[in-house]
Ligand binder design. Structure first.
Ligand code: ADP
Ligand code: MG
Length: 639
């Protein structure tokens, strides 16, 4: 057997310069990922050219044709060929310019890249000229220039994208997906430029049409945002407008109770440039960090204004990412600005619950005769657990889980006895269930925002009468928030009470999970949870936070492991650990199925009024639904 002496190639490689067209095609690989990238580059050019009206025409999801028409400043005849050359731009001239970019484009490679992989045409007329000119090329070759007819402005037409790079063509997704990307691109650019009117025409159908906004105020941009985000979003969003030094963040963010399963409805802009920037996305998400479950996402539209020298937009070929000189400042401003606005509205709850409730009642016009809605008026005797009489069909689903569960069936931690209702003298265990909502207590609390408790439904919901209507509280969701906020307070004041366990609770985990928990023993101790490694694959729990009462250590630790895994990707340790807190709070809260006395219910209501963020539980679900007298009267046709 002969042994190879070297890995050297047989022939020494020779270095040559790439020809221009090949260089453009390579650049196209970065700039033109898909039809939507072409749309982005061409619309950005139109915006940079000062267009007031932009029309995007798409055939066959952009594979057959992408055309962008504008009424901008146009391109002179002599410059047409230059526009198609690599590194040719009118937007920057010096290195200094590169660090204060105010235009959307500057790299001078979009047009030549796109031209190198399509049948390409620019037709343009400048205001000073009587005639228009057009330039055409096939895959960057056979360039021709000739006179044409065109109003002032420019039309760029891109036919048969990737016709000469079939491998690229294969990477394209279904027409529907590509069309969605195109719409999304136009939407983002239109959001950032409310004073330009936009039209999108796909296969001959006008799919988007936005008139230019009138007026200077943030609110003037609302009509367009309403089109994009939906009326739903607008009625569940709050306005943000915060400045710090040279930085300004403005826009609209959804209430925590208005949350989504994906981050798709987060639109971020830096100096009116649509971006998908990690710092901004993280700051936005983090502003909601203990108001939403891990897997839920807020919605919002945020515009960051920042001096051009503070941000480098030249870090990504498609300019989708930016780099901040001071990303900590940006993070703090965005997180802080959003968070403060959310806290200022912490008693607001999205109106989806109310709307849904109204719809349910309204769609059910069956006669109620012979039925009675079952309520437990603070009295043990009236609670039967049967809900066969429920006439409201649409409610049966929830009532069957909540109404039928007896305490004996509840998971063990559901019977937490150590929780403390603050103003409440009787602990739950010895509550007096025989009392009625007295006239006196109803009057005394009527004026409070959350009113006076009058009944508990299905041992799950507290019904209260307010001055101008009624509210229904989900007792578990509400209590979870109360416990959480209290724990948080105790921790900030560095005095978490612990409840030592007489016999340590040993929980078996995988080796690596046990090690992970043990690694965080010190931080967990701050929360009142004392743990230590117990053999290679187990953890012994020695004490739990007293506030949480008796709890199931096994489920708690399993959930904690999930949180700790998340930690690695997280922002700061302390704040991420607040997630852990919220997990603990969930385990230590009263459950659905727990019977409450009128006094206990009132105590919960009063505490909710005092507690930050009490309109939603830690997972972003509303803790209560409100119906005004007006709403109720409508239901009965009194209005
Ligand atoms: P960049 O936008 O980075 O400068 P492009 O390759 O996208 O590079 O465009 C090259 C140049 O062509 C631009 O700098 C601009 O001067 C000109 N141009 C492109 N599109 C238009 C348009 N729609 N209207 C006027 N000028 C345009
Ligand atoms: Mg450009």
């Amino acid at each position: 057997m002969t042994r190879k002496v070297s890995n050297h190639p047989e022939k020494r490689p020779v270095i040559t310069l790439l020809d221009d067209n090949l260089a453009n095609q390579i650049a196209a690989g970065e700039v033109v990922e898909r039809p939507a990238s072409v749309v982005k580059e061409l619309v950005e050019n139109a915006i940079d050219a000062g267009a007031n009206n932009i029309t995007v025409i798409i055939d066959d999801a952009g594979q057959e044709r992408i055309q962008v028409r504008d009424d901008g400043c146009g391109i002179e005849r002599e410059q047409l060929e230059l526009a198609l050359s690599r590194h040719a731009t009118s937007k920057i001239k010096t290195t200094e310019d590169l660090f204060s970019i105010a235009s959307l484009g500057f790299r001078g490679e979009a047009l030549p890249s796109i031209a190198s992989v399509s049948h390409f045409n620019i037709t343009s007329r400048i205001p000073e000229a009587d005639e228009a000119w057009e330039i055409s090329t096939n895959g960057g070759k056979n360039v021709t220039v000739k006179p044409a007819a065109h109003p002032v402005g420019t039309t760029v037409t891109v036919d048969d994208l990737f016709f000469n790079t079939p491998a690229r063509r294969k990477f394209l997704k279904s027409g529907r997906t590509e069309s969605e990307h195109i719409s999304d691109t136009v939407v983002r650019l239109a959001m950032a430029h409310p004073y330009v009117s936009f039209k999108l025409i796909m296969d001959g159908n006008e799919t988007l049409n936005f008139d230019a906004a009138q007026g200077e105020l943030l609110e003037d941009t609302l009509p367009r945002l309403t089109d994009f985000m939906g009326r739903d979003f607008i009625s569940n969003a709050i306005t943000i407008d915060t400045e710090r030094g040279d930085l300004r963040i403005k826009g609209f963010v959804g209430l925590p109770t208005y949350n989504m399963s994906t981050a798709r409805r987060q639109y971020l802009f830096v100096n009116n440039r649509p971006v998908k920037d990690r710092t901004l996305l993280a700051a936005f998400k983090y502003a909601y960090h203990d108001l939403l479950a891990h897997n839920r996402h807020p919605a919002g539209v945020l515009f960051l204004d920042i001096p051009h020298r503070e941000v480098d937009v030249n870090v990504h070929p498609a300019k989708a990412e930016v780099r901040f000189k001071n990303s900590n400042d940006v993070f703090a401003l965005v997180r802080g600005g959003v968070r403060r606005s959310l806290e200022a509205h912490s008693q607001d709850v999205s109106d989806t619950g109310r709307t849904q409730a109204l719809r349910m009642f309204q769609t059910n016009n069956q006669p109620l005769a012979g039925h009675q809605i079952e309520a437990q008026f603070g009295s043990r005797g009236t609670h039967s657990g049967s809900h066969s009489g429920m006439p409201l069909g649409s409610y049966s689903e929830s009532s069957s889980y909540a109404g039928q569960v007896s305490e004996a069936q509840m998971p063990q931690y559901g019977r937490s006895s150590g929780f403390d209702l603050g103003s409440q003298p009787s602990a739950l265990g010895q509550a007096d269930y025989t009392q009625q909502a007295s006239q006196a207590s109803t009057e005394a609390y009527n004026e409070h925002p959350l009113g006076a408790a009058v009944a508990q439904l299905h041992t799950t919901y507290i019904v209260a009468q307010t001055e101008d209507g009624m509210i229904m509280v989900d007792q578990h969701a509400a209590h979870e928030r109360l416990v959480y906020e209290r724990l948080k307070k105790q921790i900030h004041e560095a005095q978490v009470e612990r409840q030592p366990l007489l016999i340590p609770d040993v929980v078996e985990l995988t080796k690596s999970d046990a090690a992970l928990v043990a690694d965080h023993a010190e931080e967990l101790a701050v929360f009142g949870l004392e743990v230590e490694q117990f053999g290679p694959a187990a953890i012994a729990v020695r004490a739990t936070p007293a506030l949480l009462g008796q709890m199931n250590c096994k489920t708690l630790l399993n959930d904690l492991v999930e949180d700790l895994h998340e930690l690695k990707k997280g922002v700061t340790l302390q704040s991420q650990l607040e997630e852990t807190l919220s997990t603990m709070a969930c385990h230590g809260s009263i459950r659905a199925g727990k019977r409450l006395s009128i006094d206990e219910m009132n105590a919960i209501l009063r505490q909710m009024e005092q507690t930050p963020n009490s309109a939603q539980c830690n997972h972003g679900r509303p803790t209560y639904v409100k119906l005004s007298r007006n709403d109720i009267e409508k239901l009965f046709g009194r209005r």
